[in-house]
Design a protein around this ligand. Sequence first.
Ligand code: NAD
Length: 312
Amino acid sequence: GMKPIGFVGLGNMGLPMATNLFNGFKDKADFIIYDINQTTTSNFLKDHNTDPNNRDKVKVAKSPLEVAQEATVIVTMLPASQHVEGVYFGKDGLFGALGEKHLVVDASTIDQSMATRVAKALQEKGAKAIDAPVSGGTGGAQAGTLTFMVGSNSNADFELAKPYLEKMGKNIVYCGTNGNGQVAKICNNMLLGISMIATSETMNLGVRMGMDPKLLAGILNTSSGRCWSSEVYNPCPGVQENSAATRGYTGGFGMPLMAKDLRLAVNAAVDTKTTVMLGAMAQQLYNQMAANKDYENLDFSAAYKWLSENSK
Ligand code: NAD
């Protein structure tokens, strides 16, 4: 039978990922979930235990410790390093019950050193631990088409994790030792953060010059300015039907999370004496938006809104 699966952190990404992981196996695994926000876990429970075939398959744990006591395969999807530290090493944390039978996947975007620390501590207890941050946004999480960037000291552990990751993603990429998944992710998101601001500036300029935004976006997307931010996640409201911009910048990838990722990139640049001029500028802008109460709860593509409101 299936090994019991644990999932900690059922937010914008975790909820659809957990849903795909649960639904992905024909033989349903016992599923033990935990989130400090009980609305997320009771929503998952409601969705799944209403199906008579799945009744009693899903259980909400009282703590991460309980997840580790009951599940042997565990995925965590948390906002930032401090939450990962708390869930793994805090009071009633996962760490207390982890051992040789466990395979643990942290899919959160955190700094390389925390990812390495988590992996080392778990491996010392005999558990298998990999970092597997993702790209593809909430749309990719729902569609099960995420890219996983996997850091693992052991290729065998990577292979063990793969069948689970394949239920949530399409591209499962081995990036080298523990922590290297985060290296790939942090670099990707520095580029994304910059390109979202660049796309926002471009769209805002075009609109203010009198051009129809849909027409402009269509031209960009068949021209050399095309990028993910212009084509898949256009920051100008109304350009795309299902974008965060069109639904008032709700859901999606929160401003504080993008500010965090740019901070990870800039910190890494300082540590490695690397020049990142646009990355540093982007970090400052996301910091300002994340610190503004009208923006802190919006999707990061609200950079467009910020620029248009500051262009008078
Ligand atoms: P989110 O804030 O929507 O979800 C995080 C969840 O973790 C929330 O439900 C929260 O209640 C829970 N949580 C926080 N602290 C906890 C704790 N101590 N114990 C248990 N649960 C706790 O964030 P998200 O958008 O789902 O992002 C999760 C991670 O994925 C972040 O590291 C983010 O950078 C990364 N990421 C996000 C996106 C995106 O588009 N949203 C894309 C790729 C990667």
